[in-house]
Write a protein that binds this ligand. Structure first.
Ligand SMILES: *Cc1c(COP(=O)(O)O)cnc(C)c1O
Length: 384
């Protein structure tokens, strides 16, 4: 079958690939000849999406980079954690992790993997914690964090983690490679829920793993992914390939819109706190200036009236959508205490700044006036 190629990466819907001869089949199985075998091992559309995400994470950097496209963000995270951790190992992480990731780490406890939680931004206490654990295998970071947008210094942390012989794994879902590039700051592995900004349109669930260590990719992540079946499907990969074409443009607009919503909220008399990396007085502003190229589209805020005011606000929204995801072109609203962080103990939640009245916004790329007007009318009460 010979035809001139399509100008877009085709969506290859196939469970397996044909060999010309038994000799070619053996060579492909042995890796002597490049080729596809079976859909769970790889597929042209899936591999194209993985390669493109990897290239974005290493853009401007040196050397080779490797990507794997996974069935979901959680499949990517599970492939990495179960690949790197053995009984007796310790994962050091922050308290305000994505709920699914937190539950997955707990789920590894019966396999002898322990979790230690610390404020990864508190360098002095962190060094003490690291020195205590000779069996540390991973330091796992989300920055900016969900939903309080705290930011961790990745370059500093990478040096420290490597000094103690562990690996730094970063979930870069919130910032995207357009906002920050953890591999270039020294991280060993970058993870994505492509469900969010990389797809960008809320049309599919998928994830990705990126690293620069060929051995780690080929000998740990790839076999793990094949055996546990975390492979992404071609349709989702195709949607992500489409989304990636506009990622840089979208992220610029998400960021500039979010900054304007942030400025509006900061001036509003009914608002007590706003969390956004673009606030000059953000507690982690030094880190943000050093490592982030854009401040992104995520912010959270608290109304004076606490839980009741937050509920009333969400129920009055007309233009923005109440839904538990983020990173779409549309503005999305979520209430962490009753939705994403529902399963977390109230005390732990409060200790991490996730109060009952906190509202999370994923600012879209719509006309800024439409977004601000809706937020304004939904807050009601006080005047700008
Ligand atoms: C959504 C999300 C995940 C999980 O990804 P899925 O695609 O839903 O499996 C992991 N980390 C972060 C930061 C997320 O927002």
């Amino acid at each position: 079958m010979n035809y001139n190629p399509p100008h877009q990466v085709p969506l290859v819907a196939a469970s397996s690939f044909v060999f010309d001869s038994i000799e070619q089949g053996m060579d492909i199985f042995d890796g002597v000849e490049k080729g596809h075998i079976y859909g769970r091992f790889g597929n042209p559309t899936v591999d194209a999406a993985a390669a493109k995400i990897a290239a974005l994470e290493n853009y401007g950097g040196e050397g080779e980079v490797y990507g794997l496209f996974c069935a979901s963000g959680m499949a990517a995270i599970a492939t990495v954690l179960t690949g790197l951790c053995r009984p007796g190992h310790v994962i050091l992480t922050q308290g305000d992790l994505y709920g699914g990731t937190s539950a997955l780490i707990d789920d590894l406890a019966p396999h002898g993997v322990r979790r230690i939680t610390a404020d990864l931004r508190d360098s002095e206490r962190l060094e003490d914690r690291l020195a205590e654990h000779s069996d540390l295998s991973i330091v796992y970071v989300e920055t900016p964090s969900n939903p309080t947008l705290r930011c961790t210094d990745l370059a500093y942390l990478a040096d420290l983690v490597h000094h103690y012989g562990a690996r730094l794994v970063v979930d870069n879902t919130f910032a995207t490679p357009i906002g920050q590039q953890p591999l270039l700051l020294g991280a060993d592995v970058v993870l994505h829920s492509t469900t969010k900004y990389l797809n960008g349109h809320g049309t599919g669930v998928a994830g990705a793993i990126v690293c620069k260590d060929k051995q780690l990719m080929d000998e740990v992540f790839v076999p793990n992914y094949r055996l546990y079946g975390g492979t992404g499907n071609p349709w989702d990969a195709w949607l992500v390939l489409n989304g990636l074409k506009t990622l840089a443009l979208r992220m610029e607009r998400h960021s500039s819109n979010a900054q304007q919503v942030c400025d509006f909220l900061l001036r509003h008399p009914e608002v007590v706190t706003v969390n956004y990396p673009g606030i000059p007085t953000h507690p982690d502003c030094g880190t943000i200036d050093r490592q982030m190229k854009l401040h992104g589209g995520m912010l959270s805020f608290e109304l004076k009236g606490g839980l009741e005011a937050a509920k009333a606000f969400m129920n009055r929204l007309k233009f923005c959508t109440l839904t538990p995801t983020l990173g779409d072109v549309d503005t999305l609203v979520l209430h962490p205490a009753t939705m994403s962080h529902r399963s977390i103990d109230r005390e732990v939640r409060l200790a991490n700044g996730i109060t009952d009245g906190l509202v999370r916004l994923s600012i879209g790329i719509e006309d800024i006036e439409d977004i601000v007007d809706d937020i304004d009318q939904a807050i009601g009460g006080g005047k700008k």
